[in-house]
Write a protein that binds this ligand. Structure first.
Ligand code: COA
Length: 150
């Protein structure tokens, strides 16, 4: 019985945990370059420290939009990149805030981020929508806006 409990706790234990944002920790571990790519500190209304198996692996931010939609920003700490954590972190964020759609606005020059988002099922908004967003001043022509429905 005890063995069963230990195994089931291990399986049910979430690998990804979102905990309250710690600006001091953020400033300590995030490089200037990464911060320029994702401005989590001053742009996201909601933000979290992200832990993978109890180790700090990054930070994620959310700018809530209408209803169950939100814009996200993310930085995965270098040593944790390339392991597919992006998908798991977004899933944790979506679950926590009961979101139906996530948007990510990314500099086109940030090829790694664009590719990483496409790889986990994000799609580019339509050309018309892109033009409209640029016209309204919501994004620049150097950015791309991707979305995923959950
Ligand atoms: C963007 C980020 C969250 C992506 O997470 P990640 O764990 O690095 O993503 P992956 O390693 O799965 O990369 C996804 C794809 O990008 C591509 N890629 C990886 N390294 C790359 C590089 N140096 N240059 C270009 N493309 C690269 C690969 O095609 C890879 O797919 P593959 O694993 O099938 O080969 C992470 O790199 C990060 O935090 N970057 C710094 C901050 C940032 O840019 N945040 C996003 C702002 S919108």
């Amino acid at each position: 019985m005890d063995g069963y409990k230990i195994i089931s706790e291990f399986i049910l234990q979430p690998m990804i945990q979102l905990k309250s944002f710690d600006i001091n920790l953020y400033n300590k571990v995030i490089t200037k370059k990464d911060n320029q790519l994702a401005h989590i500190d001053n742009q996201s209304k909601i933000k979290y420290n992200v832990y993978y198996n109890n180790e700090l692996c990054g930070f994620v931010g959310l700018i809530p939009g209408n209803k169950d939609v939100g814009f996200t920003q993310i930085i995965i700490i270098k040593q944790f990149r390339g392991y597919g954590l992006l998908k798991l972190i977004y899933q944790a964020l979506v679950n926590k805030h009961r979101l139906k759609r996530l948007y990510a606005r990314i500099m086109k020059s940030n090829v790694r981020s664009v590719k990483a988002h496409l790889k986990i099922g994000f799609k580019e908004i339509s050309e018309e929508e892109t033009k409209a967003q640029i016209k309204m001043g919501r994004m620049s022509r150097y950015q791309t806006t991707l979305y995923k429905d959950y």
